[in-house]
Unconditional design. Structure first.
Length: 740
């Protein structure tokens, strides 16, 4: 369909054909003022109602199925002013509790003042037969609610903000949301709403808020602290925070210093000396870090079983299972029987899965109810398959749900409603940040045995802190590392080369056989061409891996051979345009039926339905991988399949998705794929390190092909750089342990 030049037309809404309250997408019949012509208008017009007068900006188009339509890009509304339009507005269902007959009585009695009466003087409605005082109050409340939400959505849309923000603001502040937003536009860049500071700053400027306003200074400092949570920092040293805030706000150091002190005095931040550094925390994260340290200590230093009893139990497990464990595996089993908290780490092929199975047998022998969990859905699914036991995500285990009162995700399981489990085993623990770790720890009953399983040499979590590394470094709990590569794993070049990399040795790129291959390419164009050829032809034809079995990984999103460029190229060869596939243009890329996609932020509002089951729930999480099944242009929705769940996204929510033919090694953490194509080209220096290379290689289950420059491989192997994360968990664990 071809769009024409932008036009502006005014008129009245005659009827609603379709309206989605979540996305705001509306299809309506509209009568133009200038010609009296009836047309169909489509677009984002949240809460448009019959009888309203609208000014529409848009363009004509001819839809292949629905004919000529006016596609709306902007709109302004005004409520009806004359009695005829008033009657149409009220009788069209715009106000809950008022039908056509009641609307006729109200307009006949109050005329053009009808809406004023409903909004401000509902008691007068009792003059209408059939309207009690209670019903009049309900009508007024509903009208005012809808009116305030209309004004809020209009403000949000006119300021180029996502429509979903209006609903989140309304859930938090109710009918006062617009007033709150006008008073303090910076509230949208806090941790609840997570919009960019520059967006809030632009709106603040339009509302007349000066650059040196204390509201702006304080908001900028808080934004820097919130933003750095995404970089893994639990706190920021005061001097670094001051410098970053000065840059963001274009403010003098003295101004920012006063702002930091003001926020500290008001309790919004906490300043504490950590290793001779003034550490500045968001108050909530300070509490979280302290709570994690306290809860780990309580579990770790609680009742310890006799070591002889623990060993006897392990030997019995060996006898009954017929599995004879290596020495380090026995140590891990004895530790989890003896202590409250145990850490098990090791690289690929070292027997972590066998050890976890042994732990399950051991806990069964001890008559302990055990829960298995992992941070991501794919990791939980793999854990369940390997152990032949039910496993779930940590979010699901804790009963994650969206609290509309607090406008944020909450867990049903906590200290007042703890898990029934007597023991909990957490796989892929390197992905745990302190916030999720605290949620899990809060839901454990006293005396619960806790086992963290992971690979400490993989990348740290996306969220704040380095929980697993800090826990191991603190020494408060036994940490057993498995080093021995078992015979079956020694047959895999993926496993052997992963361990070589971890020791700082270059992988064998000459062999090119078995399950590990290297394809040398230097220029970005040649590199992308080779990746496309491998995924579309050579790997499927030679090894039989198809579609979702093959995952392309690389260190970076950006760059000439980053995931953005790779996804565009791979979509072209793996899922090209077709008359049989519907698509939607999302600005940065085209989303098409059949595309593989990745959710890039937690969304606790989205409703999922289980395939072949009446089960449903809420929540799609950062890192979930799915496939586009259906794109419905009429309803402006896209149905995405995530494993065994389907989710209907409004078009306005599709910006939370990215194409996932290629993804970064960080995004792939916790997942495992039959075949991995690792694309290596020159990227920012901080991404050219051993941890990223090691993590990417260990995502491959049966086949790994590295495509790129041999020099990039050697550079990454040689760099043992680990990004510094500001966290005091290790110190807190050691201090508390020493204080016992």
């Amino acid at each position: 369909m071809e769009l024409q030049e932008l036009l502006t037309i005014s008129g009245t809404v005659l009827s609603l054909i379709y309206q989605n309250d979540e996305s705001g997408y509306t299809v309506l019949r509209f009568m133009r003022d200038d010609s009296g012509e009836e047309i169909t208008a489509v677009g984002c017009m949240p809460f448009a109602a019959k009888g309203e007068t609208l000014r529409l900006v848009g363009a004509w188009t001819t839809h292949v199925s629905y004919g000529e339509q006016f596609v709306v890009s902007e709109f302004e509304r005004s409520l009806p002013k004359n009695e005829a339009d008033m009657l149409g507005f009220l009788s069209g269902g715009a106000v809950k509790g008022i039908g056509p007959k009641t609307a006729e009585h109200i307009v006949r009695r109050f005329g053009a003042e009808s809406l004023s009466v409903i909004a401000a003087d509902p008691g007068k409605l009792t003059e209408i037969k059939g309207i009690t005082y209670a019903k009049a109050q309900k009508i007024s409340e509903e009208f005012n609610r809808r009116a305030s939400l209309r004004l809020l959505t209009d403000f949000v849309v006119s300021n180029a903000l996502p429509l979903s923000l209006a609903f989140r603001l309304y859930r938090t502040y109710g009918e006062y949301a617009l007033e709150k937003l006008r008073e303090n536009p910076y509230l949208i860049c806090g941790d609840v709403f997570s919009e960019d500071f520059a967006v809030a700053d632009r709106i603040a400027g339009s509302l007349g808020i000066e650059k040196d306003d204390l509201l702006r200074i304080d908001a900028g400092i808080l934004y820097e602290l919130s933003f750095n949570l995404q970089n893994g920092h639990a706190f920021i040293p005061r001097e670094k925070l001051k410098a970053a805030s000065c840059g963001l706000l274009s403010a003098e150091p003295e101004t920012v210093e006063r702002g930091i002190d003001r926020l500290h005095a008001g309790g919004q931040i906490v300043i504490q000396e950590i290793c001779s550094v003034d550490a500045v925390y968001l108050s909530e994260l300070f509490s979280t870090e302290c709570e994690v340290a306290s809860k780990i200590r309580q579990l770790a230093v609680g009742h310890k079983a006799d070591s002889r009893v623990a060993l006897k139990a392990v030997l019995r497990v060996e006898e009954e299972s017929g599995i004879f464990f290596a020495q380090a595996q026995k140590e891990a089993l004895c530790a989890c029987a003896q202590f409250g908290v145990t850490v098990l780490t090791g690289g690929p092929g070292t027997g972590k899965t066998t050890t976890v199975r042994g732990m399950l047998e051991l806990f069964d022998l001890m008559k302990l109810e055990t829960a298995l969990c992992a941070p991501t859905g794919r990791a939980a699914k793999r854990l369940s398959e390997l152990c032949q036991r039910d496993a779930s995500t940590i979010h699901r285990l804790l009963g994650a749900g969206f609290s509309r009162e607090e406008n944020r995700m909450k867990f049903m399981k906590d200290g007042k409603n703890p898990l029934k489990a007597d023991a909990v085993i957490v796989d892929e623990s390197s992905m745990l940040d302190v916030v999720l770790a605290n949620a899990l720890l809060s839901a454990l009953k006293p005396g619960t045995k806790l086992v963290f399983v992971g690979d400490a040499d993989q990348l740290p979590p996306v969220g704040p802190g380095s929980f697993l590394r800090d826990l191991i470094a603190s020494g408060i709990a036994p940490a057993i590392t498995l080093h021995e590569i078992f015979r079956q794993a020694q047959e895999s070049d993926i496993v052997l080369n992963a361990h070589r990399i971890n020791r700082g040795q270059s992988p064998d790129l000459q062999k090119n056989s078995g399950d590990f291959f290297f394809v040398g390419r230097r220029s970005p164009d040649a590199l992308i061409a080779a990746v496309c050829e491998l995924c579309s032809g050579r790997i499927p034809e030679t090894f039989g891996y198809l579609g979702d079995d093959i995952q392309v990984l690389c260190p970076s999103r950006i760059g000439s051979a980053g995931t953005v460029a790779l996804n565009a190229a791979l979509q072209g060869v793996l899922n090209p345009p077709s008359d049989e596939k519907r698509e939607v243009n999302l600005g940065g890329f085209m989303l098409r039926e059949g595309d593989r996609v990745l959710q890039v932020r937690n969304n606790y509002d989205l409703i999922w339905h289980r395939l072949d089951s009446p089960d449903f729930g809420a929540g799609v999480f950062n890192g979930d991988i799915g496939k586009v099944m259906v794109i419905d242009q009429r309803l402006q929705t896209a149905t995405i399949l995530f494993d065994d769940r389907t989710v209907d996204y409004p078009f306005s929510g599709l910006m939370e998705l990215e194409l996932a033919y290629a993804m970064t090694a960080h995004k792939a953490q916790g997942s495992e794929f039959e075949a991995v194509v690792l694309c290596l080209s020159s990227v920012p220096r901080r991404l050219m390190n051993r941890s990223i290379l090691y993590t990417a290689i260990t995502r491959a289950k049966k086949l790994l092909v590295i495509v790129g420059d041999r020099g990039c491989v050697e550079t990454m192997v040689a760099s043992d750089y680990k990004s510094r994360r500001y966290s005091a968990l290790r110190t807190r664990l050691q201090t508390e342990a020493c204080a016992l």
